[in-house]
Design a protein around this ligand. Structure first.
Ligand SMILES: Cc1ncc(COP(=O)(O)O)c(C=O)c1O
Length: 393
């Protein structure tokens, strides 16, 4: 389209920092811009395209369902919704009820409402550096001041404790706490993995105090960390588990998996016009089946270990730490990462920041080993660029 940059720039809000590149096509872990230039996509739409771009089974399911029935409110039953719910309800034993919605923040928002409903309490304990979305409830659980302050006052009843501190959790959770909400790996907050025993301790503390445990797997879910759900790395059955991003192969969808301790549901108290629509559900059925059939969790574990080891072998005084789980990897620099991300883009590699100093890799789980090698070579080369180092100092 002629003038597309100008149209987007003049008529959108300006709330996104945009690169002057138009991505118009994708396949697997590669995308192409409007000039035909190819990129390796380690952003994957912020961790959405776990299956890669233009996955044939997902594309087929969407096309077939679009020609049959796109919308059907939950006031009626639907074949695709039932199929999606059946798959989601067997992801984790004990979490066999499912609420369907349209995004990550909506899943988190819903989980908070369900926790307050079920316990009759209002307190929510979240972690410092946590990210849970940008609607008012989810934003209240999000830590970063930059996202929160322009919109205050936020929802009352929320407090934050240091991530990975069991003692702080013990001190914060009491008889007024409806729920504790945690990520297994804090994504936006800098790729910080939960310490061994931390999430289990949070679960124990919640149970002792009659509070519910919400695990936000919007970013870690569905193969990303090397397991179908990241909670599988631990001995953990939360009461509510939030999913979104990759759940429907790129079609907007969110879900809350709900355990038996969560009670109090009655008709009309919560809902969503688009939630559980047949188009998203058909895409989810195809996506979840493909993730299983292609053994993407195992692929993420193996490729993640390979990428992590290769990144760790880069010798540079600029790198503070390489950390992560599966194909959710952060390279923390001793400097701000913005110029390095820009330099990677110039080399045809799209990566993400996580905070100011972490380069984050969330590639499609179908990324190939030669593509992973290309990622490592690009990182090596930009880290070695003296101009970038000098420019930052
Ligand atoms: C852990 C986590 N929770 C919630 C969200 C919000 O999801 P959405 O952008 O779909 O609202 C995100 C988005 O990055 C996330 O990483």
């Amino acid at each position: 389209m002629d003038g597309l940059f100008e149209v987007e720039s003049s008529h959108s809000t300006g709330i996104y920092t945009k690169h002057p590149i138009a991505i118009v096509r994708g396949e697997g872990a590669r995308v192409w811009d409007s000039t035909g230039r190819e990129y390796i996509d380690c952003m994957a739409g912020h961790g959405v395209a776990n299956l890669g771009h233009a996955h044939p089974a997902v594309a087929r399911a969407i096309a077939e369902q679009a020609a049959r029935l796109i919308t059907c409110h939950e006031a009626f039953y639907n074949d695709q919704r039932a199929a999606a719910i059946a798959r989601l309800a067997r992801l984790r034993r004990g979490l066999d009820r499912v609420y369907l919605c349209n995004s990550g923040t909506e899943a988190v928002e819903s989980a908070f409402k369900f926790a307050r409903l079920s316990t009759g309490r209002s307190g929510i304990v979240a972690a410092m550096r946590g990210f849970h979305g940008r609607t008012m409830g989810a934003l209240s659980a999000t830590w970063n001041r930059h996202y929160r302050e322009p919109f205050e006052p936020l929802v009352p009843g929320f407090r934050h404790v240091p991530f990975n501190s069991i003692a702080s959790m013990e001190e914060a959770v009491d008889g007024d706490t409806a729920a504790v909400v945690l990520e297994v790996v804090q994504g936006e907050g800098g790729v910080h993995v939960a310490a061994p025993g931390y999430l289990e301790a949070a679960q124990r503390i919640c149970r002792a105090q009659g509070a519910l445990l919400i695990i936000d797997e919007v970013q870690t879910g569905l193969g990303r960390t090397g397991k179908m759900l990241a909670v599988e790395h631990f001995d953990l059955t939360p009461d509510l588990l939030c999913l979104a991003k990759s759940i429907a192969g790129g079609v907007p969808m969110g879900a809350v998996l709900i355990g038996r301790a969560v009670r109090g549901f009655a008709p009309g108290m919560h809902g969503s016009t688009f939630g559980g629509n047949p188009l998203a559900c058909a895409a989810a059925v195809a996506a979840l089946q493909a993730i299983e059939e292609e053994r993407l969790p195992q692929q993420a574990a193996e490729k993640g270990a390979y990428l992590m080891q290769r990144l760790r072998s880069i010798e540079s005084p600029l790198i503070r730490e390489v950390r992560g789980l599966g194909l959710m990897i952060g390279v923390e620099l001793k400097r701000k990462v913005a110029p390095y991300l820009e330099a990677l883009l110039q080399q045809g590699l799209i990566a993400l920041p996580a905070g100011l100093t972490v380069i984050r890799f969330l590639p499609p789980l179908v990324i190939t080993y030669p593509q992973l090698d290309a990622v490592v070579e690009a990182v090596k080369s930009v880290i070695a660029q003296p101009a970038l180092v000098a420019g930052e100092e």
